[in-house]
Design a protein around this ligand. Structure first.
Ligand code: 6R9
Length: 658
């Protein structure tokens, strides 16, 4: 820890986040849920008493071919968990459920975007499909430790391919099906992949959307790629290259028996690239035993999973870490029945999600604040048309959930019965780190609450000291956790610099956070996005939540723009609700509203009404691009935007942002 220096007092006030939002609504866990919950309050004390013993107990959920010799080897910042242990992830996610007599249980209800296009895969089906795919990969020359790039739509062959890789010890690198050829080739080259698995196309907003041409363009730049394995999904015409092989030619004829050999607990499982705000994408590396332990434990604890009766649906794309841990590995390790949906929420109509909830009797739903705000904008009458009484727990991930969005989600989707679990984690953490426990924690709209049992997250000041209740600062993690990233692929130094150099001996998450008077944690957005207004650090999240709490506002994004008087000034971009009139005085009305809610210091200098906001494929607002607009600069790199035309729409609306 850095020594205290004279004058650190004033610096500290600058570096501490202002604590502005005051939220008093509380929701106690339903009594029935609490009485039958998988995890009770005792788990916190148990983990505190002996953290490693706690994680060993969670590792015992899995089937190990060889038990580990030691739980943790920690050479900061390099961790090895369950050292010497051996297991096969595909065996744990698939075969063992079949061997235990649950082969007929549904693993996935897959729902295609075109209505009526659906498929059911039991655990026995999944074992056959994964075995065939594993045999096919082996025939194509893929072996242990080889990298496999996957660029696919949300079809069953995607998790099947991931599990086939895990089965043979190959390392998958899933790239979002929406990324460009150059983003794909950059990732293929960084990981030095030898094969790409893809499809002719997928369905997007009611029409086939091609993938294969992008792969062809990318592979032309990647001499290391030996084969391109192509699933026929849409039947679109595709150009054939000499590297191409069809899935139905190669996989279908394989034996459906494949012996899963044990891997080392620290063998790599996958690489997943995070875009980051600057520089090259980082290839986050996850390994085997610790990753699966924490993915399985958290899925069981946070969703209170009852595998025999629950139907679980995570709406994320599998190309995002949320899909890796909470569509594929966690739920399958736990023997859950899940829904996978291929398409968008508005195809062919805006009730599609709720129709799916009703059709399958979904009990546990996991989605993102960006989706929730969109549903709010579309109106309460849409979910009201469906029977969603099966739902019992609602989850949120990806961004801080605005208190208004939390309350709307609970009321209009959860029928005022269901707890909402706001789960904080990152690609780097591999699994959920901070979250309420649905049978234990009294919910507070907007707060992620407490680190899960076995996790030591803290809010620290600029010097790395705990801030205490009522303080704001940076989110840090004190001790290694089982599903932590092991490094950045091929770049240990960048791993050290990015995560372990900001604070001595602690993991730096890059998020601003505060601790409220009860000691509960609130996440306040990326540190890069924090605004410094007249000497006060103000979080973008709190101002956005204040704006979203106004009845005319559907979505908001705020950024700090250089200001001659205040250093930075708050500039807000808002999308109005469908029925709201823009009117001349909307800006004045919203500025007054923020001032009343958070105080005059947080009053935006400017409010700009826009039709859309720039977002990544996982729904995160790209404030960096909005800062370019607010400061009248030319707009930076837009390659990770879900829709690259959005910035034009915004710029067109604004003759000048001044
Ligand atoms: C899982 C995932 C990580 C960043 C993270 C933070 C933000 C995610 C959040 C949240 C507040 C939550 N984030 N969940 N912020 N509350 N419940 O999103 O991974 O795509 O790597 O993003 O997302 O800023 O640092 P990833």
């Amino acid at each position: 820890m850095a020594p205290e220096t004279p004058g650190s007092e004033s610096r500290e006030t600058q570096e501490t986040l202002s604590n502005l939002l005051n939220e008093t609504r509380r929701f106690a866990p339903p009594a029935g849920l609490a009485a039958a919950a998988n995890v009770t309050a005792d788990a916190y004390a148990e983990a505190e008493q002996d953290r490693l013993a706690f994680w060993e107990k969670q590792a015992d959920r899995l089937t190990w071919s060889k038990r580990w010799d030691s739980t943790l080897e920690w050479n900061p910042p390099f961790a090895k968990w369950f050292v010497g242990g051996e297991l096969n992830i595909a065996y744990n996610c698939v075969d063992r459920h079949v061997e235990a007599g649950r082969g007929d249980k549904v693993a996935y209800h897959w729902e295609g975007e075109p209505e009526g296009d659906s498929r059911t895969l039991t655990y026995a089906d999944l074992r056959r499909e994964v075995s065939k795919a594993a045999n096919a990969l082996a025939e194509l020359g893929v072996g242990k430790g080889d990298r496999v790039a996957i660029y696919m739509p949300m079809i069953p062959e995607l998790p099947i391919t991931m599990l086939a890789c895990a089965r043979i010890g190959a390392i998958h690198s899933v790239v979002f099906g929406g990324f460009s050829a150059s983003a794909l080739s950059g990732r293929i080259k960084d990981a030095d992949a030898r094969i790409v698995v893809t499809a002719d196309g997928g369905y997007r907003r009611g029409a086939p959307s091609a993938l294969k041409p992008t792969v062809d363009e990318a592979v032309a730049e990647c001499p290391g790629i030996e084969h391109v394995l192509v699933v026929r999904r849409t039947g679109q015409e595709v150009d054939q290259t000499d590297k191409d092989v069809w899935w139905h030619d190669v996989v279908d004829r394989q034996s459906d028996v494949h012996e899963a050999l044990p891997n080392d607990a620290e063998d790599p499982l996958y690489i997943l690239y995070t875009s980051g705000t600057t520089g090259r994408p980082k290839g986050i590396l996850h390994t085997t035993g610790g990753y699966l332990t924490q993915a399985a434990y958290t899925h069981d604890a946070v969703f209170d999973l009852k595998p025999d009766t629950d139907v679980y649906w995570c709406t994320a794309d599998i190309g995002w870490v949320t899909g890796h841990s909470y569509i594929v590995y966690g739920p399958l390790a736990n023997g859950a029945t899940s829904v996978i949906y291929e398409g968008t929420p508005d195809t062919p109509h805006r009730g599609r999600f709720w129709e799916i909830v009703q059709k399958y009797g979904v009990t546990l739903l996991y989605t993102a604040p960006t989706a929730i705000r969109t549903f709010m904008k579309w109106g309460d009458d849409i979910p009201a048309k469906y029977d969603m009484s099966s739902l019992r727990i609602l989850g949120s991930v990806g961004e801080p959930i605005n208190p208004e969005a939390y309350v709307w989600y609970r009321e209009h989707i959860g029928g005022n019965r269901t707890p909402v679990v706001d789960t904080w984690w990152q690609t780097e953490t591999g699994a959920i780190m901070i979250s309420p426990l649905p049978g234990v924690t009294e919910g507070k709209p907007g707060a992620a609450m407490r680190p899960l049992p076995g996790i030591t997250a803290d809010v620290v000041d600029d010097q790395g000291r705990s801030v205490g209740n009522g303080g704001g600062g940076y989110l840090a993690i004190r001790d290694p956790w089982p599903s932590m990233l092991r490094t950045i692929w091929g770049d240990d130094q960048r791993y050290i610099d990015t995560y372990w150099s900001r604070f001595e001996g602690m993991y730096f998450a890059g998020d601003g956070a505060k601790r409220d008077q009860d000691g509960d944690i609130w996440l306040l957005g990326r540190v890069d996005d924090v605004m410094l207004v007249s000497g006060h650090n103000i979080s973008t999240t709190e101002v956005e939540s204040a704006l979203v709490s106004h009845p005319k506002v559907a979505e908001a994004a705020v950024v700090g723009a250089t200001d001659p008087v205040t250093g930075q000034a708050i500039v807000s971009f808002v999308i109005l609700r469908g029925n709201a009139e823009e009117g001349a005085d909307i800006a004045a009305e919203l500025r007054a509203h923020v001032s009343r809610t958070l105080g005059p210091i947080a009053k935006p200098r400017q409010i700009l009404v826009v039709p859309e906001l720039p977002k990544t494929r996982s729904g995160k607002i790209m404030r960096r691009l909005l800062r370019d607009v607010a400061e009248n600069r030319s707009i930076g790199d837009v390659t990770t935007l879900a829709d690259s035309t959005v910035m034009n729409l915004i710029s067109e609306k604004l003759p000048s942002a001044k």
